[in-house]
Design a binder for this molecule. Structure first.
Ligand code: NAD
Length: 486
Protein backbone atom coordinates (compact mmCIF):
# COMPACT_ATOMS: atom_id res chain seq x y z
CA UNK A 1 0.00 0.00 0.00
CA UNK A 2 1.30 3.42 -0.93
CA UNK A 3 2.59 5.62 1.91
CA UNK A 4 2.50 9.31 1.14
CA UNK A 5 5.26 11.57 2.42
CA UNK A 6 5.66 15.16 3.49
CA UNK A 7 7.28 17.58 1.06
CA UNK A 8 9.91 19.58 2.91
CA UNK A 9 12.83 21.53 1.48
CA UNK A 10 12.16 20.05 -1.96
CA UNK A 11 12.36 16.47 -0.69
CA UNK A 12 9.79 13.80 0.09
CA UNK A 13 10.34 12.92 3.73
CA UNK A 14 8.60 10.53 6.14
CA UNK A 15 7.01 11.94 9.29
CA UNK A 16 9.25 12.24 12.35
CA UNK A 17 6.91 9.95 14.27
CA UNK A 18 7.11 7.27 11.55
CA UNK A 19 3.36 6.98 12.12
CA UNK A 20 0.75 7.04 9.35
CA UNK A 21 -3.01 7.48 9.17
CA UNK A 22 -5.30 5.39 7.00
CA UNK A 23 -6.56 7.06 3.84
CA UNK A 24 -9.92 5.65 2.84
CA UNK A 25 -11.48 5.67 -0.62
CA UNK A 26 -15.01 7.01 0.04
CA UNK A 27 -16.60 5.14 -2.87
CA UNK A 28 -15.50 1.75 -1.50
CA UNK A 29 -14.99 2.42 2.20
CA UNK A 30 -11.60 0.69 2.00
CA UNK A 31 -8.15 1.93 2.99
CA UNK A 32 -6.05 2.56 -0.10
CA UNK A 33 -3.06 4.59 1.08
CA UNK A 34 -1.42 5.94 4.21
CA UNK A 35 -0.96 9.59 5.18
CA UNK A 36 1.86 10.92 7.39
CA UNK A 37 0.68 11.55 10.94
CA UNK A 38 2.91 14.60 11.29
CA UNK A 39 3.48 16.59 14.44
CA UNK A 40 5.33 19.69 15.57
CA UNK A 41 8.72 18.18 14.70
CA UNK A 42 7.74 17.99 11.03
CA UNK A 43 6.34 21.51 11.18
CA UNK A 44 9.59 22.71 12.76
CA UNK A 45 11.55 21.15 9.89
CA UNK A 46 9.23 22.73 7.31
CA UNK A 47 9.44 26.15 8.94
CA UNK A 48 13.24 25.95 9.00
CA UNK A 49 13.24 25.15 5.26
CA UNK A 50 10.81 27.99 4.53
CA UNK A 51 12.86 30.47 6.57
CA UNK A 52 16.03 29.47 4.74
CA UNK A 53 14.34 29.79 1.33
CA UNK A 54 12.70 33.14 2.06
CA UNK A 55 15.57 35.65 1.46
CA UNK A 56 16.39 34.33 -2.02
CA UNK A 57 12.78 33.70 -3.07
CA UNK A 58 11.53 37.08 -1.92
CA UNK A 59 14.28 38.72 -3.98
CA UNK A 60 13.75 36.55 -7.05
CA UNK A 61 12.58 38.85 -9.86
CA UNK A 62 8.81 38.77 -10.36
CA UNK A 63 9.26 37.63 -13.92
CA UNK A 64 11.13 34.54 -12.76
CA UNK A 65 8.57 33.74 -10.03
CA UNK A 66 5.89 34.19 -12.66
CA UNK A 67 7.64 31.82 -15.05
CA UNK A 68 7.72 29.10 -12.40
CA UNK A 69 4.03 29.57 -11.54
CA UNK A 70 3.13 29.33 -15.21
CA UNK A 71 5.18 26.15 -15.46
CA UNK A 72 3.25 24.66 -12.53
CA UNK A 73 -0.02 25.64 -14.24
CA UNK A 74 1.12 23.99 -17.47
CA UNK A 75 2.07 20.82 -15.61
CA UNK A 76 -1.29 20.69 -13.82
CA UNK A 77 -3.03 20.96 -17.18
CA UNK A 78 -0.77 18.35 -18.75
CA UNK A 79 -1.56 15.99 -15.86
CA UNK A 80 -5.25 16.82 -15.70
CA UNK A 81 -6.52 13.27 -16.10
CA UNK A 82 -4.11 11.82 -13.55
CA UNK A 83 -4.94 14.54 -11.02
CA UNK A 84 -8.68 14.25 -11.62
CA UNK A 85 -8.58 10.51 -11.08
CA UNK A 86 -6.57 10.92 -7.88
CA UNK A 87 -9.01 13.52 -6.61
CA UNK A 88 -12.04 11.40 -7.48
CA UNK A 89 -10.61 8.36 -5.67
CA UNK A 90 -9.52 10.43 -2.67
CA UNK A 91 -12.69 12.48 -2.30
CA UNK A 92 -15.53 10.44 -3.82
CA UNK A 93 -16.49 13.18 -6.28
CA UNK A 94 -17.38 12.27 -9.85
CA UNK A 95 -14.31 12.01 -12.03
CA UNK A 96 -16.07 14.16 -14.64
CA UNK A 97 -16.47 16.99 -12.11
CA UNK A 98 -12.84 16.85 -10.99
CA UNK A 99 -11.72 16.89 -14.62
CA UNK A 100 -14.01 19.74 -15.68
CA UNK A 101 -13.85 21.98 -12.62
CA UNK A 102 -11.36 21.24 -9.86
CA UNK A 103 -8.23 20.59 -11.87
CA UNK A 104 -8.65 23.38 -14.46
CA UNK A 105 -9.40 25.83 -11.64
CA UNK A 106 -6.24 24.77 -9.81
CA UNK A 107 -4.20 25.47 -12.94
CA UNK A 108 -6.02 28.79 -13.34
CA UNK A 109 -4.99 29.87 -9.82
CA UNK A 110 -1.28 29.49 -10.65
CA UNK A 111 -1.71 31.17 -14.02
CA UNK A 112 -3.73 34.05 -12.59
CA UNK A 113 -1.32 34.91 -9.77
CA UNK A 114 1.69 34.25 -12.01
CA UNK A 115 0.33 37.00 -14.24
CA UNK A 116 -0.84 39.23 -11.38
CA UNK A 117 2.67 39.75 -10.03
CA UNK A 118 3.78 41.14 -13.38
CA UNK A 119 1.20 43.93 -13.23
CA UNK A 120 0.94 44.49 -9.47
CA UNK A 121 0.73 48.16 -8.63
CA UNK A 122 1.38 50.16 -5.52
CA UNK A 123 0.08 53.52 -4.29
CA UNK A 124 1.74 56.89 -4.02
CA UNK A 125 0.39 59.97 -2.24
CA UNK A 126 1.75 63.47 -2.61
CA UNK A 127 1.28 65.42 0.66
CA UNK A 128 0.89 68.89 -0.82
CA UNK A 129 4.40 69.97 -1.77
CA UNK A 130 5.84 68.76 1.50
CA UNK A 131 6.38 65.04 1.01
CA UNK A 132 5.75 62.00 -1.09
CA UNK A 133 4.45 58.81 0.48
CA UNK A 134 4.61 55.54 -1.33
CA UNK A 135 3.54 52.07 -0.28
CA UNK A 136 6.16 49.41 -0.44
CA UNK A 137 4.45 46.01 -0.54
CA UNK A 138 6.77 43.38 0.86
CA UNK A 139 6.13 39.65 1.29
CA UNK A 140 5.26 38.77 4.87
CA UNK A 141 7.67 35.86 5.29
CA UNK A 142 6.65 32.31 6.23
CA UNK A 143 2.92 31.76 5.86
CA UNK A 144 0.68 28.88 6.95
CA UNK A 145 -1.98 27.60 4.54
CA UNK A 146 -4.62 25.22 5.85
CA UNK A 147 -7.19 23.75 3.48
CA UNK A 148 -10.23 21.43 3.59
CA UNK A 149 -11.23 18.22 1.81
CA UNK A 150 -14.12 19.27 -0.39
CA UNK A 151 -12.16 20.86 -3.26
CA UNK A 152 -8.70 19.66 -2.22
CA UNK A 153 -6.39 20.78 -5.02
CA UNK A 154 -8.37 23.79 -6.12
CA UNK A 155 -8.60 25.38 -2.64
CA UNK A 156 -4.97 24.54 -1.88
CA UNK A 157 -3.89 26.19 -5.13
CA UNK A 158 -6.02 29.25 -4.33
CA UNK A 159 -3.76 29.80 -1.29
CA UNK A 160 -0.39 28.48 -2.45
CA UNK A 161 -0.37 30.42 -5.73
CA UNK A 162 -0.82 33.96 -4.32
CA UNK A 163 1.34 33.23 -1.27
CA UNK A 164 4.41 32.19 -3.23
CA UNK A 165 3.72 34.51 -6.18
CA UNK A 166 4.10 37.53 -3.90
CA UNK A 167 7.43 36.23 -2.57
CA UNK A 168 6.42 34.43 0.62
CA UNK A 169 7.46 30.92 1.50
CA UNK A 170 4.80 28.57 2.76
CA UNK A 171 3.86 25.61 4.93
CA UNK A 172 0.69 24.05 3.56
CA UNK A 173 -1.42 21.50 5.38
CA UNK A 174 -4.00 19.80 3.19
CA UNK A 175 -6.89 17.94 4.75
CA UNK A 176 -5.81 14.59 6.15
CA UNK A 177 -8.92 13.10 4.50
CA UNK A 178 -7.87 14.04 0.94
CA UNK A 179 -4.06 14.27 0.76
CA UNK A 180 -3.44 12.72 -2.65
CA UNK A 181 -3.54 15.67 -5.04
CA UNK A 182 -1.31 17.72 -2.73
CA UNK A 183 1.29 14.95 -3.04
CA UNK A 184 1.02 15.09 -6.81
CA UNK A 185 1.33 18.88 -6.68
CA UNK A 186 4.61 18.45 -4.79
CA UNK A 187 5.91 16.31 -7.67
CA UNK A 188 4.85 18.97 -10.18
CA UNK A 189 6.50 21.73 -8.17
CA UNK A 190 9.76 19.80 -8.26
CA UNK A 191 9.38 19.29 -12.00
CA UNK A 192 8.70 23.03 -12.42
CA UNK A 193 11.94 23.72 -10.49
CA UNK A 194 10.31 25.65 -7.71
CA UNK A 195 13.29 26.21 -5.38
CA UNK A 196 13.41 23.90 -2.36
CA UNK A 197 11.71 25.28 0.75
CA UNK A 198 9.45 27.76 -1.06
CA UNK A 199 6.49 25.42 -0.67
CA UNK A 200 6.47 22.79 2.05
CA UNK A 201 3.57 20.40 2.52
CA UNK A 202 3.02 18.80 5.90
CA UNK A 203 0.28 16.19 6.13
CA UNK A 204 -1.58 15.12 9.21
CA UNK A 205 -4.33 15.85 11.67
CA UNK A 206 -5.66 19.36 12.24
CA UNK A 207 -5.33 19.54 16.02
CA UNK A 208 -1.76 18.16 15.78
CA UNK A 209 0.01 19.24 12.55
CA UNK A 210 -2.39 22.10 11.76
CA UNK A 211 -2.31 23.54 15.27
CA UNK A 212 1.51 23.34 15.31
CA UNK A 213 1.58 25.57 12.20
CA UNK A 214 -0.87 28.06 13.68
CA UNK A 215 1.06 28.53 16.94
CA UNK A 216 4.58 28.50 15.45
CA UNK A 217 6.26 31.81 16.24
CA UNK A 218 7.89 32.10 12.81
CA UNK A 219 4.58 31.72 10.93
CA UNK A 220 3.12 35.22 11.01
CA UNK A 221 0.24 34.74 8.55
CA UNK A 222 -2.45 32.08 8.44
CA UNK A 223 -4.86 31.50 5.59
CA UNK A 224 -7.48 28.94 6.58
CA UNK A 225 -10.44 27.40 4.78
CA UNK A 226 -12.63 24.96 6.62
CA UNK A 227 -15.36 24.68 9.22
CA UNK A 228 -16.49 27.54 11.45
CA UNK A 229 -15.61 25.72 14.69
CA UNK A 230 -12.06 25.11 13.47
CA UNK A 231 -11.82 28.74 12.35
CA UNK A 232 -12.83 29.87 15.82
CA UNK A 233 -10.14 27.67 17.38
CA UNK A 234 -7.51 29.06 14.99
CA UNK A 235 -8.60 32.64 15.74
CA UNK A 236 -8.32 31.90 19.47
CA UNK A 237 -4.73 30.70 19.09
CA UNK A 238 -3.61 33.33 16.60
CA UNK A 239 -5.15 36.45 18.18
CA UNK A 240 -2.84 36.80 21.22
CA UNK A 241 0.13 36.11 18.94
CA UNK A 242 -1.01 39.02 16.68
CA UNK A 243 -0.90 36.94 13.54
CA UNK A 244 -2.57 38.04 10.35
CA UNK A 245 -5.41 35.63 9.75
CA UNK A 246 -7.93 35.04 6.94
CA UNK A 247 -10.73 32.61 7.71
CA UNK A 248 -12.95 31.15 4.98
CA UNK A 249 -15.61 29.11 6.69
CA UNK A 250 -19.02 27.50 6.36
CA UNK A 251 -22.17 28.59 4.59
CA UNK A 252 -25.94 28.10 4.63
CA UNK A 253 -26.60 29.94 1.45
CA UNK A 254 -30.00 31.10 0.19
CA UNK A 255 -31.01 30.41 -3.39
CA UNK A 256 -33.87 32.85 -4.05
CA UNK A 257 -36.09 32.20 -7.04
CA UNK A 258 -38.74 34.71 -8.11
CA UNK A 259 -41.72 33.44 -10.08
CA UNK A 260 -40.79 35.48 -13.16
CA UNK A 261 -37.52 33.57 -13.50
CA UNK A 262 -38.62 29.94 -13.29
CA UNK A 263 -37.65 28.00 -16.39
CA UNK A 264 -35.68 24.87 -17.30
CA UNK A 265 -32.34 26.62 -16.90
CA UNK A 266 -33.17 27.67 -13.33
CA UNK A 267 -34.14 24.11 -12.49
CA UNK A 268 -30.83 22.87 -13.94
CA UNK A 269 -28.79 25.50 -12.12
CA UNK A 270 -30.62 24.80 -8.87
CA UNK A 271 -29.79 21.14 -9.34
CA UNK A 272 -26.14 22.12 -9.64
CA UNK A 273 -26.11 24.60 -6.75
CA UNK A 274 -27.87 22.04 -4.54
CA UNK A 275 -26.04 18.85 -5.37
CA UNK A 276 -22.72 19.52 -7.15
CA UNK A 277 -20.01 17.56 -5.37
CA UNK A 278 -22.81 15.89 -3.34
CA UNK A 279 -23.64 19.27 -1.82
CA UNK A 280 -20.18 19.45 -0.27
CA UNK A 281 -19.45 22.95 -1.55
CA UNK A 282 -19.28 25.86 0.89
CA UNK A 283 -21.24 27.91 -1.69
CA UNK A 284 -24.05 25.36 -2.12
CA UNK A 285 -27.50 26.91 -2.20
CA UNK A 286 -28.79 24.65 0.55
CA UNK A 287 -31.84 26.82 1.34
CA UNK A 288 -34.03 27.31 -1.71
CA UNK A 289 -36.76 29.97 -1.49
CA UNK A 290 -39.38 30.07 -4.25
CA UNK A 291 -41.91 32.84 -4.77
CA UNK A 292 -45.57 31.93 -4.72
CA UNK A 293 -47.40 31.17 -6.97
CA UNK A 294 -44.53 29.26 -8.66
CA UNK A 295 -43.69 27.19 -5.56
CA UNK A 296 -45.66 23.96 -6.10
CA UNK A 297 -44.81 23.58 -9.77
CA UNK A 298 -41.17 24.39 -9.05
CA UNK A 299 -40.96 21.70 -6.39
CA UNK A 300 -42.53 19.18 -8.74
CA UNK A 301 -40.07 19.93 -11.55
CA UNK A 302 -37.08 20.11 -9.20
CA UNK A 303 -37.95 16.74 -7.61
CA UNK A 304 -38.39 15.15 -11.03
CA UNK A 305 -35.00 16.42 -12.21
CA UNK A 306 -33.31 15.32 -8.97
CA UNK A 307 -34.66 11.79 -9.29
CA UNK A 308 -32.95 11.54 -12.67
CA UNK A 309 -29.47 12.15 -11.16
CA UNK A 310 -27.33 9.04 -11.33
CA UNK A 311 -25.80 8.12 -7.98
CA UNK A 312 -22.95 5.68 -8.41
CA UNK A 313 -19.29 4.91 -8.82
CA UNK A 314 -17.51 8.27 -9.11
CA UNK A 315 -15.07 6.77 -11.60
CA UNK A 316 -17.88 6.02 -14.07
CA UNK A 317 -18.37 8.74 -16.67
CA UNK A 318 -22.17 8.72 -16.39
CA UNK A 319 -22.21 9.32 -12.63
CA UNK A 320 -23.71 12.61 -11.43
CA UNK A 321 -23.46 11.96 -7.69
CA UNK A 322 -20.51 10.18 -6.07
CA UNK A 323 -19.82 9.33 -2.45
CA UNK A 324 -19.66 11.58 0.60
CA UNK A 325 -16.13 12.05 1.83
CA UNK A 326 -16.16 9.74 4.86
CA UNK A 327 -18.26 7.39 6.92
CA UNK A 328 -18.40 9.91 9.76
CA UNK A 329 -19.59 12.63 7.43
CA UNK A 330 -22.18 10.32 5.83
CA UNK A 331 -23.51 9.55 9.32
CA UNK A 332 -23.68 13.26 10.14
CA UNK A 333 -25.71 13.94 6.99
CA UNK A 334 -28.03 11.01 7.73
CA UNK A 335 -28.57 12.35 11.27
CA UNK A 336 -29.82 15.62 9.73
CA UNK A 337 -32.30 13.68 7.60
CA UNK A 338 -33.70 12.15 10.77
CA UNK A 339 -33.74 15.59 12.39
CA UNK A 340 -35.64 16.98 9.38
CA UNK A 341 -38.35 14.37 9.95
CA UNK A 342 -38.39 15.14 13.69
CA UNK A 343 -38.76 18.83 12.90
CA UNK A 344 -41.81 18.12 10.75
CA UNK A 345 -40.18 18.18 7.31
CA UNK A 346 -41.50 16.24 4.34
CA UNK A 347 -38.90 14.33 2.34
CA UNK A 348 -39.85 14.82 -1.30
CA UNK A 349 -37.09 12.63 -2.75
CA UNK A 350 -33.98 10.83 -1.52
CA UNK A 351 -33.78 10.61 2.25
CA UNK A 352 -31.12 7.93 2.80
CA UNK A 353 -28.49 5.71 1.20
CA UNK A 354 -29.32 4.56 -2.33
CA UNK A 355 -30.70 1.05 -2.73
CA UNK A 356 -28.72 0.09 -5.78
CA UNK A 357 -24.98 0.59 -6.05
CA UNK A 358 -22.31 -1.18 -8.09
CA UNK A 359 -20.65 -4.09 -6.27
CA UNK A 360 -17.37 -2.12 -5.95
CA UNK A 361 -19.23 0.59 -4.02
CA UNK A 362 -21.33 -1.50 -1.67
CA UNK A 363 -19.37 -0.31 1.41
CA UNK A 364 -19.06 3.29 0.18
CA UNK A 365 -20.48 6.39 1.81
CA UNK A 366 -23.42 7.33 -0.41
CA UNK A 367 -26.54 9.40 0.30
CA UNK A 368 -29.24 10.10 -2.25
CA UNK A 369 -29.84 13.72 -3.24
CA UNK A 370 -32.62 14.83 -0.93
CA UNK A 371 -35.24 17.59 -1.12
CA UNK A 372 -37.17 18.56 1.99
CA UNK A 373 -40.18 20.87 2.25
CA UNK A 374 -42.39 22.04 5.08
CA UNK A 375 -39.68 23.20 7.50
CA UNK A 376 -39.63 26.50 9.34
CA UNK A 377 -36.87 28.95 8.47
CA UNK A 378 -35.52 28.88 12.01
CA UNK A 379 -35.38 25.10 12.57
CA UNK A 380 -31.97 23.47 12.99
CA UNK A 381 -31.98 21.88 9.53
CA UNK A 382 -32.37 25.38 8.07
CA UNK A 383 -29.81 26.91 10.40
CA UNK A 384 -26.90 24.48 10.56
CA UNK A 385 -24.50 23.63 7.76
CA UNK A 386 -25.20 20.03 6.71
CA UNK A 387 -22.66 20.01 3.87
CA UNK A 388 -24.28 17.16 2.00
CA UNK A 389 -26.81 16.48 -0.79
CA UNK A 390 -29.69 17.93 1.20
CA UNK A 391 -31.72 21.05 0.39
CA UNK A 392 -34.85 22.55 1.82
CA UNK A 393 -37.41 24.39 -0.31
CA UNK A 394 -39.58 27.10 1.27
CA UNK A 395 -42.21 29.38 -0.29
CA UNK A 396 -42.27 33.17 0.11
CA UNK A 397 -44.69 35.94 -0.88
CA UNK A 398 -42.78 39.20 -0.76
CA UNK A 399 -39.33 40.69 -1.22
CA UNK A 400 -38.99 41.88 2.40
CA UNK A 401 -40.00 38.46 3.65
CA UNK A 402 -37.36 36.61 1.61
CA UNK A 403 -34.62 39.07 2.58
CA UNK A 404 -35.48 38.32 6.20
CA UNK A 405 -35.33 34.58 5.50
CA UNK A 406 -32.03 34.92 3.63
CA UNK A 407 -30.40 36.80 6.50
CA UNK A 408 -31.85 34.63 9.24
CA UNK A 409 -28.74 32.50 9.80
CA UNK A 410 -25.38 33.05 11.45
CA UNK A 411 -23.70 32.47 8.08
CA UNK A 412 -23.12 34.92 5.26
CA UNK A 413 -21.03 33.38 2.52
CA UNK A 414 -23.03 33.62 -0.71
CA UNK A 415 -26.51 33.91 -2.19
CA UNK A 416 -28.16 33.48 -5.57
CA UNK A 417 -31.07 35.58 -6.79
CA UNK A 418 -33.07 34.55 -9.86
CA UNK A 419 -35.30 37.25 -11.34
CA UNK A 420 -35.94 39.08 -14.58
CA UNK A 421 -36.38 42.35 -12.66
CA UNK A 422 -32.90 43.87 -12.54
CA UNK A 423 -33.86 46.63 -10.09
CA UNK A 424 -35.12 44.01 -7.69
CA UNK A 425 -31.84 42.11 -8.13
CA UNK A 426 -29.88 45.24 -7.16
CA UNK A 427 -32.09 45.84 -4.12
CA UNK A 428 -31.61 42.30 -2.88
CA UNK A 429 -27.88 42.31 -3.56
CA UNK A 430 -27.59 45.35 -1.32
CA UNK A 431 -29.66 43.89 1.50
CA UNK A 432 -28.47 40.29 1.63
CA UNK A 433 -25.71 39.71 4.15
CA UNK A 434 -23.26 37.65 2.09
CA UNK A 435 -19.77 38.02 0.65
CA UNK A 436 -20.99 37.13 -2.84
CA UNK A 437 -24.42 37.60 -4.40
CA UNK A 438 -24.95 35.91 -7.75
CA UNK A 439 -27.75 37.19 -9.95
CA UNK A 440 -29.18 34.67 -12.42
CA UNK A 441 -26.16 32.40 -11.97
CA UNK A 442 -24.29 30.34 -9.41
CA UNK A 443 -20.56 29.88 -8.78
CA UNK A 444 -19.61 31.91 -11.79
CA UNK A 445 -16.07 32.87 -10.98
CA UNK A 446 -13.78 35.77 -11.87
CA UNK A 447 -10.47 35.45 -10.07
CA UNK A 448 -10.14 39.24 -9.76
CA UNK A 449 -13.10 39.68 -7.42
CA UNK A 450 -12.92 39.66 -3.62
CA UNK A 451 -13.99 36.30 -2.23
CA UNK A 452 -15.02 35.57 1.34
CA UNK A 453 -17.79 35.63 3.86
CA UNK A 454 -19.62 37.78 6.38
CA UNK A 455 -20.76 36.80 9.90
CA UNK A 456 -19.73 33.22 10.80
CA UNK A 457 -18.66 32.51 7.23
CA UNK A 458 -15.43 34.40 7.35
CA UNK A 459 -13.00 37.12 8.14
CA UNK A 460 -10.91 38.66 5.39
CA UNK A 461 -11.08 38.16 1.65
CA UNK A 462 -9.18 36.16 -0.92
CA UNK A 463 -8.93 36.73 -4.67
CA UNK A 464 -7.16 39.28 -6.91
CA UNK A 465 -6.21 42.49 -5.12
CA UNK A 466 -7.35 41.12 -1.77
CA UNK A 467 -4.79 38.32 -1.99
CA UNK A 468 -2.09 40.87 -2.77
CA UNK A 469 -3.12 42.82 0.32
CA UNK A 470 -3.27 39.74 2.49
CA UNK A 471 0.04 38.19 1.49
CA UNK A 472 2.08 41.40 1.59
CA UNK A 473 3.00 43.91 4.25
CA UNK A 474 2.22 47.45 3.13
CA UNK A 475 5.03 49.66 4.39
CA UNK A 476 4.58 53.41 4.06
CA UNK A 477 7.70 55.28 3.00
CA UNK A 478 7.40 59.02 3.59
CA UNK A 479 10.02 61.22 1.90
CA UNK A 480 10.11 64.84 2.90
CA UNK A 481 10.89 67.02 -0.06
CA UNK A 482 13.76 69.40 0.39
CA UNK A 483 12.95 72.97 -0.60
CA UNK A 484 15.80 75.47 -1.09
CA UNK A 485 14.31 78.02 1.34
CA UNK A 486 12.43 75.77 3.78
P1 NAD B 1 -12.23 21.38 8.98
O1 NAD B 1 -12.37 22.68 9.66
O2 NAD B 1 -12.54 20.15 9.74
O3 NAD B 1 -10.76 21.18 8.42
C1 NAD B 1 -10.15 22.12 7.57
C2 NAD B 1 -8.66 22.04 7.71
O4 NAD B 1 -8.30 22.49 9.02
C3 NAD B 1 -8.10 20.60 7.60
O5 NAD B 1 -6.86 20.65 6.94
C4 NAD B 1 -7.92 20.21 9.06
O6 NAD B 1 -6.96 19.21 9.26
C5 NAD B 1 -7.48 21.53 9.67
N1 NAD B 1 -7.69 21.65 11.12
C6 NAD B 1 -8.63 21.05 11.89
N2 NAD B 1 -8.48 21.41 13.17
C7 NAD B 1 -7.45 22.28 13.22
C8 NAD B 1 -6.81 23.01 14.26
N3 NAD B 1 -7.23 22.94 15.54
N4 NAD B 1 -5.78 23.82 13.94
C9 NAD B 1 -5.36 23.93 12.66
N5 NAD B 1 -5.90 23.25 11.65
C10 NAD B 1 -6.94 22.44 11.91
O7 NAD B 1 -13.12 21.49 7.65
P2 NAD B 1 -13.41 20.35 6.60
O8 NAD B 1 -14.38 19.39 7.21
O9 NAD B 1 -12.13 19.86 6.05
O10 NAD B 1 -14.13 21.21 5.45
C11 NAD B 1 -15.49 21.46 5.41
C12 NAD B 1 -15.79 22.88 5.86
O11 NAD B 1 -15.03 23.80 5.09
C13 NAD B 1 -17.24 23.27 5.65
O12 NAD B 1 -17.68 23.96 6.79
C14 NAD B 1 -17.19 24.20 4.46
O13 NAD B 1 -18.24 25.13 4.39
C15 NAD B 1 -15.87 24.86 4.67
N6 NAD B 1 -15.40 25.44 3.42
C16 NAD B 1 -15.39 26.79 3.28
C17 NAD B 1 -14.97 27.37 2.10
C18 NAD B 1 -14.95 28.86 1.93
O14 NAD B 1 -14.33 29.32 0.97
N7 NAD B 1 -15.58 29.64 2.77
C19 NAD B 1 -14.55 26.55 1.05
C20 NAD B 1 -14.59 25.18 1.22
C21 NAD B 1 -15.00 24.62 2.42
Amino acid sequence: MKSLENYIDGQLVPPASAQYLDNIEPATGHVYSRVPDSDERDVEQAVAAAETAFPAWSHTPAVERSRILFRIADLIEANRDRLARAESIDNGKPLSLARAVDIPRAAASFRFFGAAILTAQSESHATDDVAINYTLRQPRGVVGLISPWNLPLYLLSWKVAPAIAFGNTAIAKPSEITPMTACLLADLCREAELPPGVLNIVHGLGPKAGAAIVRHAAVNTISFTGGTLTGREIARTAAPLFKKVALEMGGKNPNIIFADAVNDQVIQETLRSSFANQGQVCLSGSRVFVEQPAYESFVERFVKATKRLIVGDPLEEATDQGALVSGAHRDKVLSYLQLAKDEGGRIRCGGGPPEHLPQRCKDGFFVEPTIITGLSVDCRVNQEEIFGPVVTVTPFHAEDEVVEYANATDYGLSASVWTKDISRAHRLAERIQAGTVWVNCWMLRDLRVPFGGMKNSGVGREGGQEALRFFTEPKNVCIKLERPNS
